[in-house]
Design a binder for this molecule. Structure first.
Ligand code: SAH
Ligand code: SF4
Length: 363
């Protein structure tokens, strides 16, 4: 933004003012940006515009979870989910249209990869949800005592990259969006409350540690390479030993002193007592929390959700070994807003590409 305004012969602080108008205040009409000189506003209006993504669908679940389907052009749509809780408002956003990693249990993966989102399309999701929900009296307000007056009415306190796509296969755009999320002139979110979730793109874990360390979640789903190769094909490229070592290297930079591991519980596949024992060995000595996710089934997967008793038993084995393991609550079930269901019928299935081609090109 600073480079952009410099190109229009304006001082760098104009960039901050513009960020505040657009991201803090949600103003799209340049004429209303009253602390900018009228001549600059006219020049800006000739050169620029605030463009947002068209909403295709807007659904609200009985538990307050909200899901939007946004149009990103050429028959592609992305999904975004807002999850209100007592003391926080979490927005789950997408980083790509589709995903090339093709995990067996993920419906986004089954649709293949369409394209990377731009940094604008990524931040646009937060922009839309924040400013839309500010006008919704039922939305939870952000409880952040350190926030300045400009931030007090904020709704979104947490952002998670757990929608469609693998954020580390769209690194540059995700990084720009992350920096805007943290910037006090934009959203001023805490690093501890912004989480990147990855299926395990090892080199990018190291880059994030240097560029913009935020909370890290790693989608594990299996305690050994043979099983993980089958469930998360990216494991063939970055096996568990390398992945766990990268997590260990990230910890000194992490804003929270642990890594979150996500583990989707699949009936008879990765949910047996022996798998829990293997996990204990694998993660020994690493500061982490395990988040057990009840699988959200979809027909093409051929997989089933583990029974609640099995999940409980699995968690108990981990807890007996002094590991922190929690079971994720499912939210928004009645509008298919739960993890892995972030797929619309509008997605163009002809754009499906096999993960091997794409992942190799992208990493
Ligand atoms: N690509 C990234 C982030 C998006 S997926 C990643 O894989 O981490 C966000 C989370 O939802 C991941 O942990 C993923 O494994 C999980 N998930 C995907 N499909 C799911 C399903 N059908 N049921 C439950 N969780 C699922
Ligand atoms: Fe992609 Fe994540 Fe789904 Fe795997 S779980 S296919 S990495 S979105």
């Amino acid at each position: 933004m600073a480079a952009y305004v410099a190109g229009l012969q304006e001082k760098p602080f104009r960039a901050q003012q513009l960020l505040q108008w657009v991201h803090q205040r949600g103003i799209t009409d340049i004429a209303q940006m009253s602390d900018l000189a009228k001549t600059f506003r006219r020049v800006l209006a000739d050169h620029a515009g605030v463009i947002t993504l068209p909403v295709i669908q807007d659904q609200k679940a009985s538990d307050g979870t909200r899901k939007w389907l946004l149009d990103v052009g050429a028959g592609n749509a992305i999904e975004m989910v807002y999850i209100p809780e007592d003391d926080r408002g979490t927005l789950c956003i997408s980083s790509q249209a589709g995903c090339a990693v093709n995990c067996r249990f993920c419906s986004t993966g089954h649709q293949g990869f369409a394209r990377n989102l731009t940094s604008g399309e990524i931040i646009s999701q937060l922009w839309f949800a924040e400013h839309h929900l500010r006008n919704d009296p039922t939305a939870v307000r952000r409880l952040d005592t350190e926030a300045d007056a400009e931030h007090v009415n904020r709704v979104i306190s947490n952002v998670v990259f757990m929608g469609m796509g693998e954020p580390f296969l769209n690194y540059d755009a995700v990084l720009t969006a992350l920096r805007l999320m943290l910037d006090d002139h934009a959203y001023g979110l805490s690093r501890r409350r912004v989480t990147v979730s990855t299926s395990g793109v090892v080199p990018m874990i190291d880059r994030l540690a240097q560029d913009c360390p935020v909370a890290l979640a790693v989608s594990l789903h299996a305690p050994n390479d043979a099983l993980r190769n089958d469930l998360v094909p990216l494991n063939l490229k970055y096996p568990l030993k390398e992945l766990i070592a990268a997590c260990d290297r990230y910890l000194p930079f992490a804003p929270r002193d642990f890594i979150t591991f996500e583990y989707c519980m699949l009936d008879g596949v990765n949910d047996q007592d022996g798998h829990a024992q293997e996990l204990i060995q694998l993660l020994r000595g690493l500061k982490c929390k395990l988040n057990l996710i009840p699988f959200n089934p979809f027909p093409e997967s051929g997989l089933k959700r583990s029974s609640p008793e099995r999940v409980k038993r699995f968690a108990a084995i981990l807890q007996d070994a002094q590991m922190v393991a929690t079971v994720r609550k499912t939210r928004g079930d009645d509008i298919a807003a739960a993890c892995g269901q972030l797929a619309g019928d509008v997605i163009d299935r002809t754009s499906r590409v096999k993960w091997v081609d794409k992942v190799d090109k992208q990493v």
